[in-house]
Design a binder for this molecule. Structure first.
Ligand SMILES: Nc1nc2c(ncn2[C@@H]2O[C@H](COP(=O)(O)OP(=O)(O)OP(=O)(O)O)[C@@H](O)[C@H]2O)c(=O)[nH]1
Ligand SMILES: [Mg+2]
Length: 500
């Protein structure tokens, strides 16, 4: 792999950021002076659970001075990462210009969701990111110029960067540099409401930070080295290294606390899940790209009243609702956390127990935003996460949502590629009844056919056939209800005395 980072890489640096590759993302809405990003935070009153977090974030802004902040990265809790006026930087390796623009637009949306104001986006066409500086080494000065000209305080790179890349860039652009992974973690931290969600996010953040501790600490080590060289210290351990070790120890302690807390919380969830399995209640998980309309669809199907927001990762805690088929069989629908391209691995791991809901479902309703510029790319990204979490084999029902927004061409192409998909609009209600029928038709069916004469004293059995089985025929007689039904084996056993 390292052989690939050969010297001819530098040639790519000559492939400068041509004017036409500098995407101006300022759409006029974000006037640098109007502080709209702050107001937007304040307006966000649905998020009762994270108001405190937000206050913390804002209060931290008073801590002035860049060098303080850089050192602080190892000291303060990682979730207090501050993102304000940002320049986006991305290396475009494969695909068309349109793909690159879509990716940049998504990064912009992510940055805005995190509460920052996007000032400019820079894209560099390159075979692969530079091993030392992510974008070409020759380009870093240009990024610095843009940072100075726009007054940005943060650069966000569209990838997962190594500690060394982050440090090198920071040394040269002289403002904070974060990567896409840190950005997504930050959004999750702001949106987490439940105890479990918060613990999961913190765990992911600490795992991410732990891997980068050496890098951040590198600055400190070098300072220590400098002092040592000037006669300030003897021996192998500068203050910097000692500090990294303390930090690492603290992080490890916290990580094991969080893991055991999460195990506790998971056992509660496991109990509920076991209950549902015992009662043979079929489960459907609504999965899909973030902002595809999963929560809207759950609300349409069950009037669950789940938070719907035009924001990425509005839902972090799965919501499960019981609902019924037309013939009154009970099943559950679960709204799940949305996926995104390159979902950070630390997050997937930390959210494993939440994501497991999907792996254990009987059916996945895969919601796709048909009005998105690249639905096929979203489908690929979602399926790759599903495979990652062990849900690759679960039956999948494709649903193209936002039909009211999507163009006819897009819908025609999607229908051709996915003939079994249902086209809906959670907004207008179009296609919802069809979707309900298709989902009901794909629920696992009870497997045993039973003929029985159930006495009126056993109304409980009839109730259970209603909720977990299917009636083929049913007739009231003097002795009881004569039925032909399909039920699960355990209920078939209980009906045994009345068969014949
Ligand atoms: N026009 C239109 N907008 C829709 C439709 N369905 C959802 N939306 C909007 O799309 C945005 C996202 O909807 P959500 O239901 O929150 O999406 P989600 O998939 O749950 O998103 P996350 O939880 O953030 O991953 C909201 O602004 C919805 O109002 C639709 O059928 N048509
Ligand atoms: Mg949602």
């Amino acid at each position: 792999m390292s052989a690939l980072h050969s010297h001819h890489d530098r040639e790519d640096d000559l492939d400068l950021l041509d004017d036409d590759q500098v995407v101006d993302l300022d759409d006029g809405r974000l006037d640098p002076l109007d502080g709209e990003d702050l107001e937007r935070d304040g307006d966000d009153l649905d998020h009762d659970g994270d108001q405190l977090d937000r206050q913390e974030r804002h209060s931290l802004r008073r801590v002035a001075g860049l060098s303080t902040e850089l050192e602080d990265v190892t000291e303060v809790e990682y979730r207090r990462l501050r993102l304000e006026r940002v320049v986006l930087v991305s290396v475009w390796t494969t695909g068309t210009q349109v793909d690159a623009d879509n990716a940049m637009a998504e990064l912009k949306l992510l940055a805005e969701t995190a509460g920052s104001q996007v000032l400019e986006g820079l894209v560099q066409r390159r075979q692969r990111p530079d091993a030392a500086t992510y974008i070409g080494r020759g380009k870093v000065d240009e990024v610095r110029e843009v940072v100075v000209a726009t007054g940005a305080d943060t650069v966000i790179c569209d990838g997962e960067l190594t500690a060394a890349q982050l440090r090198n860039l920071e040394d040269r652009v002289k403002v904070k540099v974060v990567d896409r992974t840190a950005l997504i973690l930050d959004i999750f931290a702001q949106h987490a409401k439940s105890a479990e969600g918060k613990a999961q996010v913190e765990l992911a953040q600490l795992q991410y930070m732990k891997q980068r501790l050496r890098g951040w600490g590198g600055n400190l080590s070098r300072q220590a080295g400098g002092r040592a060289a000037a006669g300030g210290g003897i021996g192998g351990r500068g203050p910097g290294e000692t500090k990294i070790e303390t930090d690492r120890r603290r992080i490890n302690t916290r990580i094991s606390q969080l893991k055991s807390r999460l195990r506790e919380l998971d056992s509660t969830r496991e109990t509920k899940r076991a209950e549902r399995v015992r009662h043979r209640i079929p489960s459907v998980a609504i999965v899909g790209y973030t902002n595809a309309g999963k929560s809207s669809l759950l609300n349409r199907l069950t009037s669950a009243g789940v938070l719907v927001e035009d924001a990425l990762f509005a839902t972090l805690d799965p919501t499960t609702r019981r609902t019924e088929t037309a013939d009154s069989r009970v099943y559950t629908l679960t709204d799940t956390v949305g996926f995104v391209r390159h979902l950070p691995h630390d997050l997937v791991e930390a959210f494993a127990s939440t994501l497991e809901e999907s792996a254990r479902a009987d059916l996945l309703v895969h919601v796709v935003d048909a009005s998105d510029p690249d639905p096929a790319g979203q489908i690929t990204a979602v399926r790759s996460v599903l495979a990652d979490i062990g849900a690759g084999q679960v039956a999948e029902q494709m649903v193209f949502n936002k039909a009211d927004l999507a163009s006819d061409e897009a819908l025609t192409m999607l229908r051709a590629a996915h003939p079994d998909a249902v086209v809906v609009s959670a907004r207008t209600g179009q296609g919802i009844e069809t979707l309900r029928q298709v989902v009901e038709g794909r629920l696992p069916r009870p497997e045993v056919e039973v003929r029985a004469l159930v006495p009126y004293s056993r109304g409980d059995l009839i109730d259970r056939i209603h909720t977990t089985g299917e009636f083929i025929t049913s007739e009231h007689t003097a002795e009881g209800t004569r039925v032909v039904v399909r039920v699960h084996p355990d209920l078939a056993n209980e009906l045994e005395p009345y068969t014949g």
